[in-house]
Design a protein around this ligand. Structure first.
Ligand code: ZN
Length: 348
């Protein structure tokens, strides 16, 4: 079957398509799409050096053009909304919003607070300066979330102030934590507690909080997330590519912690593959084939991501039931086949 996507959509009677909630990409750094296939080898920290060079060369013009391409790639893959975790500066944030509008994807700018480390362009002088920038985005009608980059980048007093602002404004709060063991060790050395414990003590854990990765979270940290009804955003294709490890899926399920997905570095853009990685990891580590239910996986791909971004409505997506990947699949098996055996090209 060799027809183009647009033609196939036009020719399909509605009965040959199945409507689903659109997939939600709750964590993206769109500029990192240009690193796909580059800088293989070594470890996360070596990769980060290359990433910083790429971040350093971005301008509003490059963001506007390259992000529009990346967002089109996301949209074609079935993501109808994206949370862009943005730390390249205010003008580039406006450009990212324009790029999303051009690509026809809903965006929530997870505008990043950065006190120390990284590049000059990432940082603000104070929380007040950060909030002024965030308000400029809100005035422009752009949906935002509060995003302290990490406990590496934001000290406790920043975290506390950002947590209070997010609470007062009922905004989502997203933060990286526990992606690499070194980050955990450094936090313990500096603060005498682990990253998620520090977030809890600073008032940053609520039901509107999403912790990105939590790969190396301890049982005590997972208990804190569950108590606060906070979510975790898993980014399995990126976590695999960077050698981060994988989150303890079964322990998250046992605690009822909400999980959403993100394409993160955009080394791969395919929500079905993210879900299949989560499912595959759970099956491998538990030796069971039902460690995560199909319904739970599909909710991770859509509803949980929307809730993490504070979206009540987001566009739907359709499955091409005539796609070769679904040949000879019975109607009641289509959703299982999506996660087990299809790529994003089955979504139209
Ligand atoms: Zn990230």
């Amino acid at each position: 079957m060799n027809r183009g996507r647009a033609e196939s959509v036009e020719n399909l009677p509605i009965s040959e398509r199945l409507s689903l909630p659109g997939f939600v990409n709750a964590h993206s750094h769109a500029f990192q799409r240009s690193l796909r296939g580059r800088n293989e080898g070594q470890d996360f920290w070596a990769w980060r050096e290359t990433m910083l060079v790429e971040a350093g060369r971005q301008t509003p013009e490059t963001v506007r053009a390259a992000y529009a391409d990346t967002y089109r790639e996301m949209h074609a893959a079935g993501y109808t909304a994206v949370g862009e975790f943005h730390y390249l500066g205010l003008e580039e944030a406006f450009a990212a919003g324009d790029a999303a509008a051009e690509a026809g994807i809903e965006i929530v700018l997870l505008y990043t607070a950065y006190a120390r480390g990284g590049l000059d362009r990432f940082r603000q002088e104070s929380v007040a300066e950060y909030l002024t920038q965030l308000e400029r985005l809100r005035e422009r009608g752009i949906r935002v979330g509060v995003a302290p980059h990490s406990v590496r980048a934001c000290p406790p007093d920043w975290l506390a102030e950002l947590g209070r602002y997010a609470e007062r404004e009922t905004l989502p709060l997203h933060v990286h934590a526990d992606e690499q063991q070194r980050e955990v060790d450094e936090c313990l050395a500096e603060h005498g507690m682990t990253p998620i414990e520090l977030l809890a003590s600073a008032g940053c854990l609520t039901s509107r909080t999403t912790v990105v990765h939590a790969t190396h979270a301890s049982a005590a940290e997972l208990d804190l997330l569950a108590d606060a009804e906070a979510r975790i955003c898993l980014c399995p294709t990126t976590e695999a590519n960077l050698g981060d490890g994988f989150a303890p899926i079964e322990q998250l399920s046992e605690r009822g912690i909400g999980v959403c997905i993100g394409s993160d570095s955009n080394v791969r853009i395919d929500p079905l593959e993210e879900l299949r990685e989560i499912d595959g990891t759970a099956r491998r580590t538990t030796g069971k084939r039902d460690a995560v239910s199909l319904d739970a996986l599909l909710e991770m791909g859509a509803d949980e991501g929307a809730a993490a971004l504070g979206l009540e409505k987001w566009p739907a997506v359709e499955v091409d039931l005539e796609h070769p990947s679904l040949r000879d699949v019975a109607p009641e098996c289509v959703l299982g086949a999506l996660v087990a055996g299809c790529g994003a090209d089955v979504l139209v």
